[in-house]
Each structure stands twice: as C-alpha cells, then as structure tokens.
Design a protein around this ligand. Structure first.
Ligand code: F6R
Length: 588
C-alpha cells in the first residue's frame, strides 16, 4: 500500500529512485513522483498513471542531485490527481516528504494549520509536511522536529523526509508501517521494501515502530520517539535481484505460479528446533485462534478444519478485519496464529497489538523478511518462497498450505510427511502443463458476468480462493460457496449458461458435491468439474492427479490459478497489477 523510498550517496539519485519505484510498483500504481535536491534547488516531478507512462511524459529519472525521495501511490485520502500524488512539499518548498499510511487526525491538524499554510491537496500526507515546517521553523533541528511531529500524528505512518538546508541527510520515521534502511558503500537507502534497493545491497536495518532514522551517505543513526539512541545490528537478507525478475515469463504472476514446485519444497525447509517448538506450543494451547486476510484467511480456514482433528482445544479462524469478539475471548492461555504473506497487513497487526499485552502466544506464518509480523511473534515460520511481486497471492498461498501440512503431519506423527509433500510438489508441473486444455473454459468465463465456485469441507476454502483469484485478476464477479448452501439462496441466480466450477476430488464429500452440481445443472448452469475422476454431470472436466485426500487442496487450486490468470490475459487485463488493488494492505 504505497511504496516509499529514498537515496543518499554519490550517484545521481533520480535514476536509482526510478528503478526503485518500478520495483515497488506492486504496492500501488495510480500515481508516482520523485523529488531531489541539487545546489539549493528542490525538484519535484509527479503525475498520475503507471510509472513507465509518467516517466515517458515527465522524465522522472532525470533530475539533478544525489539525494532524493520517491513514492508510488495507492490512493486512500483524496482521488487520483497530480496534486494528491507525492512527494508533498512544505509551503516554502524547503522540506519535502513521502508517506505511506493513514493519518487519522488529519482533518483536525489541517484546520489548525490552514491559517498559516496553503494546503493544496486533499491528502492526509500533505498535512505532515506543513506540520514539519511549523516545527522545523522553531529550532531547525530535524530530529527534534520529527520527534515533536510524531507526538502529534495519530494513525500509521512511514515517512521519508528531506530538508533543503540539510542536503547531506535524509530522514525516515515509522509507526505501524514498514521502513527499512539499506546499507550500501558510500550510499544508503531507505524504503518500504527491500526489493527497491536489492541491486545495490542486501545488508539492511529494519526500523522498529516509533523510531526515527537519520541517514547520510556513510552513517545511520536511530532514535526512538522519546529521543533515546537505539543501536541495531544489520541483517543480511538472502534475496537476490534475480528473485524479482520475470525471467522468460510475460508476467510475475505466471512466473510465480510456475515456481510452485520449488517454493512448496522450500517451505518445508524450517529450522528443526524452531519448528518443533512451534508445534509443541500449539499442542499445549488451551484455545487456538487463527487469523488472516484475503487469501491468507482462506489458509486459516483450511488450517482450522485440519487442526481441529489433532488438538484437544477449540480452534477458531477469523478475518483480521472482524476480530472484536475473538479478541475478547483470548486470554493468557490462548495461542494466536496470524498468517500473512507481507507480514504488514494492518488489520492483522492490529489484532496482535490488541492481544499481546494479555500474554497471548503469537505463532506466526509469514513471508516478507523482517516484516512487522515476524518481529512481534513469539515464534515465526517463514514461507521461504522469495518475494511475491504479482499482486494476487499465488506461490505464497501454496507455501502457506505446505507449512500447514507440515504442522499437521508433525501433530499426527506422520513419519514420511515431508516426503509426501515433496512428492505432491512434483505433480504441480504436470497440472500446470495442461494450460492449453483450459481454452474453452476460459472463453466461457470471459463471456460470463457471474461465476460460482463450489466445494465442501476442505475444498470450501479453495472455492473461496478460486473466486477471489478470478475477481481480482479477471474482474468477473465470482462467488466461492460451500456447495451445500446453493439451495439456500444462490440457485435463484442461476441462468442458462452460468458457469459453476465444482471442486470435487474423490473423497467423502464427492457424492454430495456431485448432487449439488446436478442441482445447478438442472437450472441451466454449465458445470466445470475439477476432479481426479470424470462425471456425466460435468460439461467440462479438469483432471487433477489422485493424491492423498488431505493434499487435494493444493493440487486442485492450481487450475483455478491458471483460469484466473488466462482469463485476465483474454480480457487484456494486466494480471500483475489489478485495478484498484495493491499488495501489502498497510492501512485499515
Ligand atoms: C489475494 C491477495 C490478498 C491478500 C491479503 C492478505 O490474492 O493477495 O487478498 O491475501 O491482502 O495479505 P497478506 O497475506 O500479505 O497479509
């Protein structure tokens, strides 16, 4: 949700910032801008649109100065306009900032500042630049200024700020939004995301909440909001620039779909001791809660269904954005399992903030190294699937599922659990190689306004996930449903030709689901069956290999990812950057 970045060093900042923006475009892509300082001149270039088209128009990468900041936006306050795009200057144009987050009290601040400041945009972010100007005029001390400003801001923010009279320094500050310092040679970076500077360095310092950093080309100084000095070791991240290239694929999304054989295997590579401790804590938990958003919530649902059979305590799964009653129920015996690719989803982090003081044990599953989630957890398991750039969760979903299987197999004392998952991962390639056989179904979906995804038991969350993928990539209204629920309302919507995708491998739910498919077909639906076995009810059959029953969710999801991706391509949508969406939802 918005990407911010800054550079200070000996090179020209603008081309480096432009490349960083392209790398972070998945965080938001409705407008972008860059600001640099050179010989007392502050340059600000910004516009609406995708980064490449803005660059073509106003040459974002051409501005003098070896210090600068940049922003790629996902609009929250204020529409998609040039004025609302970042960077935002103070009235005297001497201070410029970029912001990721939401300032909750911006209306009040705006009223207070409007007597002495000309407020140009509709954003909450611009207000901060005026507030900084107001404070800075008192003492001309950036650290003191930011410390004072931090006390006045309510909400979440990661900021990067430059001052024209401090051309050798760049400042960052964070509260409930990520900010990372990249340590280069005679140059340093600040960013919401490691991918933005990974070509230059893989040594980083993760800022914690309520910290301010002052960065020069060869020094990094951190203080907290009370002004106390903080010393923090650097971390080496095992990511390479190659991890974020599209290679021979036309989109990150399809590359990430095809990476799943190896990413599922990588998810199994957990530190033994840490993993055992995670499982032991889970076993001893008196009350287990699992939470996530979007696709990660679908994993929470599958995890709950499986876990219930292996632990004695009650297990609940809930959406992080609908947490109130679950928070009430958690006490110091409770285990909370937050699941998140980014580890930065605001709703999820808020749940943790609300229960951490109650002594709840946090056992998390996450992907992004150094993310807030990993740092607030008692034990965290990493997905090890590398950066996921496509906005839609694909490889992170199957990696989450692989970890869920690993946990379940450990709890069930299944001796060859890892081998079973590795065998399963080898079948991924076969399923994905059948993409050509999906053509007719893609045409059907392309012509449809509504698509239903049906599944029972552990296939229900996969139905939800399939529908979510189709909605976000192909922009088709899709509903994932418990198959048994169609007769309680949804059948009224079925018309001649309405596609219904039935997730139905051969297990205990097979016959009941076939009956539901038949009920849909009797009302005119076109039935697309995903199963290891064909059935006369299906108008189209997508064959998947026979695997252990518990492993079906992973294998049956793959054709759904392909359908969503190729239908998006058919519709000429860009599947990497679905409209109105962004990865890492760092606002509530
Ligand atoms: C769907 C998708 C989103 C995310 C959700 C949670 O394809 O990508 O629904 O799953 O925003 O994100 P994380 O897992 O980063 O917390």
């Amino acid at each position: 949700m918005c990407g911010i970045t800054g550079y200070i060093g000996k090179k020209d900042a603008a081309p480096i910032l432009l490349q960083a923006l392209k790398r972070m475009e998945y965080r938001g892509y409705d407008s972008a801008g860059i600001s640099t300082i050179h010989k007392d001149n502050v340059t600000i270039k910004k516009d609406i649109g995708r980064i490449d088209s803005i660059n073509e128009k106003i040459e974002l990468g051409k501005a003098e100065g070896s210090i600068g900041i940049a922003h790629t936006r996902w609009a929250t306050h204020g529409g998609v306009t040039k004025e609302n795009a970042h960077p935002h200057p103070s009235c005297n144009q001497e201070i410029v900032l970029v912001h990721n987050g939401i300032i909750e009290n911006y209306q009040k601040l705006s009223k207070e500042l409007s007597n002495n400041h000309e407020i140009i945009s509709e954003t909450d972010s611009e207000i901060i630049s005026h507030l900084i100007e107001e404070e800075y005029n008192k003492e001309k001390d950036p650290l003191k200024t930011l410390k004072n400003v931090s006390k006045k801001l309510e909400g979440s923010f990661a900021l990067i700020v430059i001052f024209n009279d401090k051309k050798d320094e760049i400042y960052g500050m964070r509260k409930y939004a990520p900010l990372i310092v990249g340590i280069g040679k005679q140059e340093n970076f600040i960013s919401s995301d490691i991918v933005s500077f990974i070509d230059y360095t893989d040594n980083v310092i993760f800022l914690e909440d309520k910290e301010i950093v002052r960065v020069t080309s060869n020094s990094i100084e951190i203080v907290n909001f009370d002004g106390d000095k903080i010393s923090r070791d650097k971390t080496h991240v095992a990511w390479e620039a190659a991890d974020i290239s599209k290679e021979e694929f036309s989109h990150h999304t399809i590359k990430e779909i095809h990476e799943q054989t190896s990413t599922v295997q990588n998810a199994l590579k957990q530190d033994d001791e840490k993993f055992k401790e995670f499982v032991e804590k889970l076993k001893s938990g008196k009350n287990i809660f699992i939470t996530g958003s979007g696709s990660s919530f679908h994993i929470a649902l599958i995890f709950r269904k499986m876990l219930t059979k292996f632990v004695n305590s009650p297990v609940q799964a809930f959406l992080s954005s609908e947490a109130e009653e679950y928070i009430e129920l958690m006490n110091n015996n409770a285990i909370l399992i937050p699941i998140s690719q980014s580890g930065e989803t605001a709703d999820l982090l808020e749940v943790i903030r609300n229960v951490k003081d109650k002594g709840v044990t946090i056992l998390s599953i996450y992907n992004t190294l150094g993310s807030s989630l990993s740092r607030v957890s008692n034990i965290s398991l990493n997905l090890n699937c590398g950066p996921e750039i496509g906005v839609a969760a694909t490889k992170s979903f199957t990696s989450q599922l692989a970890i869920v299987y690993k946990i379940i197999f450990e709890l069930g004392e299944v001796k060859n659990g890892n081998e079973m998952i590795i065998e399963l991962s080898k079948k991924i390639k076969d399923v994905l190689s059948k993409e050509k056989s999906l053509q007719e179904i893609i045409e059907l979906l392309n012509e449809s306004n509504d698509v239903y995804f049906l599944g029972r038991a552990i296939h229900h969350p996969i139905a939800l996930e399939g529908a979510l993928k189709l909605k976000e990539l192909a922009y088709i209204h899709a509903e994932g449903m418990a198959a048994g629920e169609i007769k309680h309302g949804t059948l009224a919507l079925v018309e001649e030709g309405t596609p219904a995708i039935i997730i139905n491998p051969k297990d205990e739910s097979y016959d009941d689901t076939i009956n539901n498919a038949a009920e849909m077909k009797a009302r005119g639906a076109k039935i697309i069956g995903i199963s290891s076995e064909n059935n006369e009810v299906y108008d189209h059959w997508i064959e998947i290999p026979q695997v252990e029953k518990i492993l079906y969710p992973l294998i049956e999801l793959l054709p759904l990812q392909l359908l969503a991706y190729y239908t998006a391509i058919r519709k000429k949508n860009n599947p990497d950057y679905p409209r109105n969406l962004a990865k890492s939802v760092t606002v509530k």
